[in-house]
Design a protein around this ligand. Structure first.
Ligand SMILES: NC(=O)c1ccc[n+]([C@@H]2O[C@H](COP(=O)([O-])OP(=O)(O)OC[C@H]3O[C@@H](n4cnc5c(N)ncnc54)[C@H](OP(=O)(O)O)[C@@H]3O)[C@@H](O)[C@H]2O)c1
Length: 313
């Protein structure tokens, strides 16, 4: 039996519930790739699942291996896979109830994988799938953001936010971004036209009228954002449920909750933007053995860019 090292969660709880174990290597089904994982991006969903907050939506059998994002090298292809070969360098995220990328090997659907950006190493590439696709789908598929529009992005220095700022600039929108003082220079470096320190001022006093709000925080930030929207403007939130219909009607705006989905064409387009130098992930990487520190860092809610686990150099 082929084995591998993997992070395992045997009981819901804090970072201390994760341990590294030797487990059986997964096997690719007909339509899957077995990927030798070089790096795995960490997302807030990882700690939310681990602490049991999503048990109503995600039915997991314990123990499980956490992690959705990966970047790595195809080790084997399933019998029906034609578009990839062993040795291809791919990136994607696992869109299944069972995660599993914080491990030396993981399986993913071939139809959901894409060739990783040439200009990134695996650690940078693993930062991309969930966060960049969330930003892309929120701004373009849901909000229909266009050149010349004004977009307010909250939590702009984080994983999703820092991609959203760069995508908003690329499409030609006026990007207004919120963060604490320590991240304002960073936001300007990645292109934000207007930055607001949410710890020093009330953002609504500086943002002005906007066409689109990207809400990555929910709560009172979301409530205070709705009146800033122009008539028929849209707030997209990654934290469902969206504000109720009567609240949307009161402000004459629309609101939509989104759930990220894998999309190989969009990943390919994002890879081209990265390789052309228009978009760049910011990454803090941790060696595999430091998985607890890495997960804690991600959970503190003040990450700049993405936290990534480097599984193989
Ligand atoms: N629905 C979906 O499919 C989906 C997909 C991806 C993510 N999500 C969710 O979306 C949320 C964002 O994800 P993420 O990966 O971007 O998170 P993240 O990387 O952990 O976000 C961290 C950022 O939030 C900023 N922040 C914290 N409080 C803030 C405030 N009051 N105002 C402005 N910025 C603030 C921090 O900036 P400072 O350090 O400067 O405060 C930090 O840069 C998470 O809740 C995640 O679970 C949902």
């Amino acid at each position: 039996m082929a084995t591998m090292k993997a992070i395992r969660v045997h009981a819901y709880g804090g970072a201390e519930k994760m341990i590294m174990e030797e487990v059986e290597r997964p096997v690719a089904a007909e339509d899957e790739l077995l990927v030798r994982v070089h790096a795995a991006g960490i997302n807030p969903v990882d700690w939310k699942v681990r602490e049991g907050h999503l048990q109503d939506f995600l039915k997991l059998e314990l123990p499980y291996t956490p992690g959705y994002d990966l970047s790595g090298v195809v080790e084997k292809t399933g019998g029906a896979v034609e578009e990839f070969q062993p040795g291809d360098q791919v990136f994607t995220f696992r869109n299944t109830a069972t995660p599993g990328t914080f491990a030396e090997y993981a399986v993913v659907k071939a139809a959901e994988a894409a060739i990783k950006p040439d200009s990134l190493n695996h650690s940078q590439s693993a930062a991309v799938p969930v966060a960049a696709l969330t930003a892309w789908q929120s701004l373009f598929d849901v909000a229909g953001l266009r050149s010349g529009q004004r977009v307010l992005i909250h939590a702009a220095a984080g994983g999703v936010g820092h991609f959203a700022v760069q995508f908003g600039c690329w499409i030609g929108a006026h990007v207004i971004a919120t963060a604490s003082a320590a991240n304002l220079d960073f936001l300007e470096q990645i292109g934000a036209h207007q930055v607001i320190d949410y710890t020093a001022v009330r953002f609504e006093e500086e943002a002005g009228e906007v066409d689109v709000v990207l809400d990555l925080l929910s709560g009172e930030t979301r409530e205070r954002s709705l009146p800033l929207l122009r008539k028929n403007g849209i707030l997209v939130t990654t934290l469902p449920p969206e504000p109720p219909a009567e609240v949307q009607a009161k402000y004459q705006v629309r609101a939509a909750a989104m759930l990220v989905r894998p999309d190989r064409l969009q990943l390919g387009e994002i890879a081209r933007l990265i390789d052309s130098g228009k978009v760049r992930p910011t990454v803090q990487s941790y060696p595999f053995a430091e998985f607890q520190q890495a997960l804690r860092q991600s959970q503190n809610g003040h990450t700049r860019g993405k936290v990534v686990l480097v599984i193989r150099n």
